[in-house]
Design a protein around this ligand. Structure first.
Ligand SMILES: CC(=O)SCCNC(=O)CCNC(=O)[C@H](O)C(C)(C)COP(=O)(O)OP(=O)(O)OC[C@H]1O[C@@H](n2cnc3c(N)ncnc32)[C@H](O)[C@@H]1OP(=O)(O)O
Ligand SMILES: O=C([O-])CC(=O)C(=O)O
Length: 372
């Protein structure tokens, strides 16, 4: 038995949800470029869960179901106020809140298809409400009730900021949500599938996935990118900053990818959005610094930017606190996690690979008082 480090190149499951072939990303056969330009996030949720784009009636029904399920249990909201608000990371809150939601869902342990679909709707609807409520509570503000007349992207922004976003902001948010929705067998989706393949419940699967997304080698990279851009401060400092990091053998967040070789097809959309939004907000330096980082880094290492690189300046321009970037990613990726969880339940087999043992050979037990 020989281990493959990080399971690189290992094909661990079949899936009909998304594919990456020759650096092209598709959701159920639709190119991501096409969906980003034309679809709403709700259409993409439907696509990922049903493997077809919705009709007008099906889309309307999904929107109504999401709108009806956005409110959070009072117990979950009240618990936020008990957390160490100044220092807790919102991803830790999201992970805990999703686990708590499972406690208050009377269908949590019901495993049939209908109950699982209902829970998927409830979770997708409540994720933005959790992120928004916590973002406000930690600032001493009251959570804002969701508005049933707004679409997913607009409502999410409204619940965080307390004011209705303008058309350009909604368009950018909708695109960002689509671009982050699914990505084949990335680490957090694999985690979700491993978890539910034991026939554990959906809440456990999403809680586990949030834990995996949180790390800086995965979804947590977008917050780290913004931290780096802030440290750099000006395009003039980029060269020395990047070279110094590389000399110290440190990674530059937002670059590289396990699967893409020529580049991440999502990055170009986010780069374009970053340019447009930073001009509108009158802070073009975030885009200029980012472009310079890309130039300097890729001339040192042939590793193109991934989805997390330009999403940092996009989310900053949309006015989000920097530690909300990864939770925002999680709100979108929940649609993909749920699609994969439902697919796993449909054709389940326990996921249990082997390990190549590298420890000591067979030894005899030494009684405690004889050990040195
Ligand atoms: C949504 C997402 O999850 S997208 C990814 C978000 N994560 C990041 O942006 C973090 C920065 N990037 C990385 O750490 C990596 O590129 C990953 C985790 C995305 C992919 O990692 P892997 O496929 O395991 O590649 P690995 O980490 O083994 O790197 C291979 C080589 O490239 C180098 N490398 C990879 N990424 C980077 C980077 N961002 N900066 C500097 N060097 C890098 C490594 O140091 C290593 O060099 P070596 O062979 O000389 O030791
Ligand atoms: O696929 C991966 O390894 C990481 C990634 O880009 C994502 O999850 O969107």
């Amino acid at each position: 038995m020989t281990a493959t480090r990080g399971l690189e190149g290992v094909v661990a499951t079949t899936s009909s949800i998304s594919s990456i072939i020759d650096d092209t990303l598709t959701y159920v056969g639709y190119n991501i470029d096409d969906l980003t330009e034309n679809a709403s996030f709700e259409e993409v949720i439907y696509l990922l869960w049903h493997l077809e784009l919705p009709t007008k009636e099906q889309l309307q029904q999904l929107k109504e179901e999401l709108a009806e399920n956005m409110e959070l249990p009072q117990e979950v909201l009240a618990s936020f106020k008990t957390y160490p608000l100044e220092k807790v990371h919102p991803m830790a809150v999201l992970r805990t809140a999703v686990s708590a939601l499972g406690i208050f869902d009377e269908d949590a342990e019901v495993m049939d298809k209908e109950a699982n679909y209902k829970k998927a709707i409830r979770l997708q609807a409540k994720m933005p409400a959790i992120v928004a409520a916590f973002a406000r509570i930690r600032k001493g503000l009251e959570p804002i009730a969701p508005r049933k007349d707004l679409g997913f992207a607009a409502n999410f922004m409204y619940m965080i900021k307390g004011e209705e976003p303008d058309e350009i902001e909604v368009e950018a948010m909708n695109k960002a949500l689509i671009l982050h929705a699914d990505h084949e067998l990335n680490a957090s989706t694999f985690t979700a599938r491993v978890c539910v393949a034991t026939l554990s419940d959906i809440y456990s699967g999403i809680t586990a996935a949030i834990g995996a997304l949180k790390g800086p080698l995965h979804g947590g990279a977008n917050e780290q990118v913004m931290k780096m851009l802030t440290e750099i401060g000006s395009a003039d400092n980029v060269e020395s900053y990047i070279k110094d990091k590389l000399e110290k053998k440190e990674k530059i967040m937002g670059f590289g990818h396990r699967v893409y070789r020529k580049g991440d097809p999502r990055a170009k959309h986010l780069k374009e959005m970053s340019k447009k939004l930073t001009e509108i907000t009158g802070e073009p330096e975030w885009y200029n610094i980012s472009v310079k980082v890309e130039e300097v880094f890729t001339s040192e290492k042939p590793l193109p930017p991934n989805v997390d690189f330009y999403s940092a300046s996009v989310y900053h321009s949309l006015g989000f606190d920097h530690d909300l970037f990864t939770p925002i990613f999680a709100v979108s990726r929940t649609s993909g996690w749920l699609a994969h969880i439902l697919e796993q339940y449909e054709n389940n087999r326990l996921i249990r690979p082997r390990a190549e043992y590298t420890g000591p050979g067979m030894r005899s037990y030494i009684p405690l008082d004889e050990r040195k």
